[in-house]
Structures are given as structure tokens and as C-alpha cells.
Design a binder for this molecule. Structure first.
Ligand SMILES: [Mg+2]
Length: 165
């Protein structure tokens, strides 16, 4: 049911991700959601654990790109700090920004994973293009009211259905 919304992998935190598994799958590029995936939405700095993890990803040979629906000032600042290219105002789940990120990384959809905390933006968008989609439990930053009001409620209902099968 609703396969287009189903992530290929569920993880509870980023450091838990098995990088050797991704390498075995032929993944070369990773698109990263910003808010509540690598930093809490209401903060402006990355935890040391996540910075270590990002370094580990790059050390393992993965090419990274941030893809965020947030506005350019915030995304550019974080991308600059982390020295990772970024696409802002992404309008996920629309395909345009995902395509932009793929062309920045020069990877094909089959060679690319996307990691995010939201089914209706990160996972849906990634699945539409055939990326390897990874859903991570959100960090605890304060969420946009629309996310709370609509997306999270629908996610809850979906998870309930998935758990039953
Ligand atoms: Mg997010």
C-alpha cells in the first residue's frame, strides 16, 4: 500500500547508518535534509557527533549535498559552515531540486541515497526519482506548524498501517 511513500530503510539516528551496506549497494552520493535531520530546526549549529558522522561519510568516499525546503540564508549559512553544497527552497517532494542536487554530485538516481526525517517531502521526493530513501527519526527542533498539523499526523496514520502488515 502506498509504496511511493515507503522508505527503503528506517534508522533511529544518523550514526546508526551502515555505510558499508550503502557502498555495497553502489551508493556514491547522499542527499541530506537539513532541518531536524542534521540540525534541530530552531538551532544554527551541528552537534559534534553529526559533524564527526559527516566527516566519516566524506572519508568513506560519499559525495554529499544538502537539500532543504528552508530559505536560502539559513541553508547557505549551514552549508558554508559544513562545507557541503546545498540546494535551498527545494519544494520537496517536487523533483526539480532533487535533479539539481544529482547534477551537482554527478551521480545517477541508482547511485544516490536521500536521508530525511519526513515521509511526505524527503521520502516521497526521493522515491519518485528512484533514489535509495532513508527515513531517520527527527531531531527535536521545533517544527513548522504545517508540518505538525498535517504531515506528522498523516505519517502517524501511515506508520500505523505499515506496522500492521
Ligand atoms: Mg526535515
Amino acid at each position: 500500500m502506498l509504496e511511493i511513500l515507503y522508505p527503503r530503510l528506517f534508522i533511529s539516528s544518523l550514526p546508526e547508518l551502515d555505510l558499508s551496506h550503502l557502498l555495497k549497494l553502489g551508493i556514491k552520493g547522499i542527499l541530506l535534509d537539513l532541518d531536524n535531520t542534521i540540525i534541530p530546526r530552531n538551532t544554527e549549529s551541528c552537534s559534534p557527533e553529526i559533524i564527526d558522522w559527516l566527516n566519516k561519510l566524506q572519508g568513506s568516499g560519499f559525495k554529499l549535498c544538502i537539500i532543504s525546503n528552508n530559505k536560502s540564508a539559513r541553508v547557505k549559512m549551514m552549508a558554508g559552515e559544513l562545507k557541503i553544497p546545498a540546494v535551498h527552497y527545494a519544494f520537496k517532494p517536487f523533483k526539480r531540486a532533487f535533479c539539481q542536487a544529482l547534477s551537482l554530485l554527478k551521480t545517477s538516481p541508482e547511485e544516490t541515497a536521500v536521508i530525511g526525517d519526513q515521509i511526505f517531502t524527503d521520502i516521497l521526493g526521493g522515491n519518485r526519482l528512484g533514489l535509495f530513501t532513508i527515513l531517520v527519526v527527527p531531531l527535536n527542533g521545533k517544527e513548522h506548524w504545517l508540518t505538525r498539523l498535517i504531515n506528522r499526523r498523516l505519517e502517524k496514520a501511515l506508520m500505523f498501517c505499515w506496522r500492521k502488515r
